[in-house]
Design a protein around this ligand. Structure first.
Ligand SMILES: *Cc1c(COP(=O)(O)O)cnc(C)c1O
Ligand SMILES: [Zn+2]
Length: 406
């Protein structure tokens, strides 16, 4: 068995592997404890390199015991050299990890790949989630493919495109007229009540969150088995941020790469920046906020991994940056205009943060910097919808007039 048990992050009490996420002793979060002796025997760079071009090339490091049944081919997204954007900012070694090219157009396919298959292993029959948008789409798609009942809970004011991107797979969609934090609170109560339900990001969270490690693994592998100097990552709950680093440090522990000195930089929108506030104030607790931002996919006012994210920033000499609504839109436009990549608002937050950090000289030009683009622009098109067009009348026979338009 790859996984020994679940272990409380705080008091280290151990639990049998089950759909459980909170410690009965101290209410701390549970995480997966691997059997590293077993894993080491089964894994090598050669074996990974020959694996499928998806997250399943890292199956030996993921918390599934059986073979995966539900497969939408998540992961192994392109890591592209951002030469144009780098030139614009004076950075010689800039890279974009384009995770908007996943099956449902966000990085959430990585985590749901694990949660949905683990739900199958546990014999659970309903796949559910509390979502800021992208998770709902991924859960609905994996539920459809896996023949699971699917119920997604979302804030009522979500972008129309995100509701459609989930709705097309025909899940039950439940809206709540509040913030994501309200949705999460209600789902946490439901997770206790509903037998046979796998809430991807609640009772399945110890397994689900491990899916994000694959983003760290891929960056290292795609850079030729080398860790970057800087990673800039959007922060919602903070889970992705902490797990990307966990992935890199596991490769170090396995001896696949030398000592890593990757600085972890987290980016949030000013309208929802509880993690950045804690970093700026040197605080050892997260003060919850009420989100108000166009970056809805990362609008989490009370982030579960907020404090872990603050600690990771400090431990790796990283930074935390918050950016304005206008800067988010400028970030989306700049990435599109320089690199031909259309990202949603969370990606705009990352690019805006990149711009700020480079202007503050916090990113040495020769250092390898990787920006995580976690979602697709067609999920939030309204923020860039004022597009100028030049219109020609189809009945026009006036060549001069037509030529004046082109
Ligand atoms: C969910 C999400 C995030 C943040 O993930 P957390 O693990 O909650 O921090 C970032 N970007 C996009 C596009 C997302 O959908
Ligand atoms: Zn505990």
């Amino acid at each position: 068995m790859k996984v020994n048990c679940l272990i409380c992050k705080i008091c280290k009490y151990e639990y049998e592997v089950s759909p459980k996420y909170v410690c009965e002793m101290c209410f701390g979060p549970l995480e997966v404890k691997y059997n590293w002796e077993y894993i080491r025997k089964n894994i090598s760079i050669e074996k990974i390199s020959k694996g499928p071009k998806s997250i399943w090339r890292y199956i030996d490091l993921l918390p599934l015991e059986s073979d995966y049944e539900i497969d939408l081919q998540s992961g192994f997204t392109p890591l592209v050299r951002a030469k144009n954007l780098g030139e614009y900012l004076g950075l010689d070694n800039l890279w974009i990890k384009n995770d908007s090219l996943n099956p449902t157009f966000s990085f959430k396919d990585r985590v749901v790949s694990i949660a949905s298959n683990k739900a199958k292993e546990f014999g659970l029959t309903t796949l559910a989630c509390a979502s800021t948008g992208n998770l709902a789409g991924s859960v609905a798609a994996h539920g459809a493919k896996g023949g699971l009942e699917t119920v997604v809970f979302i804030p009522k004011n979500l972008e129309k495109e995100k509701i459609i991107s989930a709705g097309v797979y025909n899940p039950k969609i439940v809206t709540i007229d509040g913030t994501y934090d309200d949705v999460n609170r209600i789902c946490t109560i439901l997770a206790e009540e509903k037998e046979g339900w796998a809430f991807a990001n609640i009772n399945m969270r110890p397994f689900y969150s491990e899916g994000s490690k694959t983003l760290g693994y891929e960056i290292v592998e795609q850079l030729g088995w080398e860790a970057p100097d800087n990673i800039i990552c959007p922060g919602g709950s903070g889970s992705l941020f902490t797990k990307v680093w966990k992935g890199i440090s596991e490769f170090e522990k396995l001896g696949f790469i030398k000592n890593t000195n990757t600085k972890m930089h987290i980016a949030q929108a000013e309208g929802c920046s509880p993690i950045i506030n804690a970093i700026d104030n040197n605080s050892d607790f997260i003060e919850p906020v009420i989100p108000e931002t166009i970056a809805k996919s990362i609008a989490i006012g009370n982030p579960a991994d907020g404090l872990n994210s603050v600690n990771l920033v400090n431990k790796t000499n990283g930074t935390g940056t918050s950016v304005s609504e206008n800067e988010i839109i400028q970030g989306i436009r700049l990435l599109a205009e320089t690199e031909g990549i259309f990202t949603e608002t969370a990606g705009g937050v990352v690019i805006a943060s990149l711009i700020k950090l480079s202007r503050q000289n916090k990113l040495p030009s020769d250092e390898k910097t990787v920006c995580l683009i976690t979602g697709n622009g067609l999920k939030t098109p309204d923020v860039v919808s004022n597009i100028k067009t030049f219109d020609i009348d189809s009945k026009s026979s006036n060549l001069d007039e037509i030529l004046s338009k082109v």
